[in-house]
Design a binder for this molecule. Structure first.
Ligand SMILES: Cc1ncc(COP(=O)(O)O)c(C=O)c1O
Length: 421
């Protein structure tokens, strides 16, 4: 076991002053043994935990880290602006430059509203759709995450039935299920929400079925509803444009966050011309939404998105990892289910419904300085190198050997409440 005395002591202190010691998606309560809760440093593709152990990080901050933590040009843009002024009484020129860069980059975007979190953007999308159509019902896919506001949080505690009202669920990639939901909405359909791909937790990922995308577009048009793509997680990781551009379907609105400023706090809702008036009709704001430094970071990030080969690079690195892991698993008699695009991989063991093997393997990897996630899609960042991937594969081989030696494994204690549910 790596030294974790600082982490342990921080957890004890946190337990006293933070509910459950931690909350939300960055709590490690559901992760395999050995995952540190606290980190002291991040640079490039690496993380250092509070005890000083180094990891190659395949979570990338759950998505924001696209070009490497502390990327020089982006950090410089951020710090230069920070020194001039950040959260001021009004926005800086960088907000206009960032909005121009977003509309240049995203084909369907004619306007932009910046905010802080992905949830701000998806919630604004919901409000704009309702304001434009004067209708209430939204359709979204079962199991798809759109944020943690009362209307979309996956945990109902603290919400009311009315928070979840006017929503109908369908199955992602199933045009018939979508058609049934549209029928159920009758003449009250305001919007169809969609993820860029199926990137739900715990289950195999799936690419977007182009037919599903086309049908969603057609159904929205037929009913005067808005089509909204939630690109908060997949944005600029799948394409240099909105993710659905890959299948030739343009949404009316798309929600962005995470990678748009390479981890500096910024998210955005973008939309096409017909919805500009509705966007201007809602009241949406926040104390930090207009802060100038993250906008400057976004301008620098967007220029790298436009001009660098980051996308091809992350795909090639992801392919190398996928191929190497399949070969290493086979050596030890395991079959993996590697799903999602290779630059946003989810790795499960075949015939491991309770994730027992997956947990043991991930636990062995974290001990060896590889930060994988057992049930959330991961991310490749452009700061990773072929050597990082090859080192990961070496360590994965050791972890397979250990998993093989363990034989039959009981499901992890921390997952039991979820497996029961
Ligand atoms: C697809 C998707 N939509 C929305 C959100 C919410 O973003 P945030 O956590 O920044 O509010 C997330 C966050 O993980 C996400 O993955």
């Amino acid at each position: 076991m790596r030294n974790n005395s600082v982490d342990r002591s921080l957890r004890e202190r946190a337990q006293a002053v933070i509910p459950n010691g931690m909350y939300g998606h960055q709590s490690v309560a559901l992760l395999p043994d050995g995952y540190p809760q606290f980190f002291s440093r991040a640079k490039g593709a690496y993380l250092w935990d509070a005890d000083g152990s180094q990891y190659i990080d395949y979570l990338c901050g759950y998505g924001p880290n696209l070009f490497g933590y502390g990327h020089e040009a982006i950090t410089k843009a951020f710090l230069d602006q920070l020194q001039e002024g950040d959260a001021m009484t009004g926005p800086g020129p960088a907000m206009v430059a960032a909005a121009e860069a977003m509309t240049r980059q995203i084909s369907h975007a004619d306007w932009v509203m910046f905010c802080k979190n992905g949830t701000d953007a998806t919630t604004m999308a919901l409000m704009i759709a309702r304001s434009h159509t004067r209708k209430s019902t939204v359709i979204r896919a079962r199991g798809a995450y759109h944020g943690a506001a009362p209307w979309c949080t996956p945990v109902a505690n603290g919400t009311t039935a009315s928070d979840h009202a006017n929503q109908i669920f369908c199955d992602y990639n199933d045009p018939d299920s979508l058609a049934a939901a549209v029928k159920q909405a009758g003449n009250d359909l305001a919007a169809i929400f969609a993820a860029p791909i199926k990137h739900d937790t715990f289950v195999d990922q799936a690419p977007l079925d182009p037919e599903y995308a086309r049908r969603a577009r057609a159904q929205a048009d037929e009913h005067g509803a808005l089509l909204i793509v939630d690109d908060v997680r997949g944005g600029f990781r799948l394409a240099r444009d909105c993710s659905w551009s890959l299948v030739g379907v343009e949404p009316d609105l798309s929600a962005w966050g995470k990678a748009i400023a390479n981890g500096h706090p910024l998210s955005a809702l973008v939309g096409s011309e017909p919805f500009r008036a509705a966007a201007g009709s809602i009241y949406a704001t926040g104390s930090y939404w207009f802060a100038a430094a993250p906008m400057a970071a976004a301008v620098a990030t967007l220029s790298l998105i436009r001009d660098s080969d980051y996308l091809e690079r992350t795909i090639a690195l992801g392919d190398r990892l996928r191929k190497g892991l399949d070969a290493a698993a086979a050596q030890y008699g395991f079959r993996l289910r590697q799903t999602g695009p290779s630059q946003m991989p989810l790795i499960l063991f075949d015939e491991d419904p309770q994730l027992a093997r997956t947990y043991l393997w991930n636990s062995a990897l974290i001990q060896r300085g590889v930060y994988f996630h057992p049930w959330h899609n991961m991310f490749i960042c452009a700061a990773m190198t072929e050597l990082d991937i090859d080192n990961t594969l070496d360590r994965a081989g050791e972890a397979f050997a250990l998993t093989q030696k363990a034989g039959k494994i009981e499901p992890a204690e921390q997952l039991r409440p979820l497996l029961k549910a």
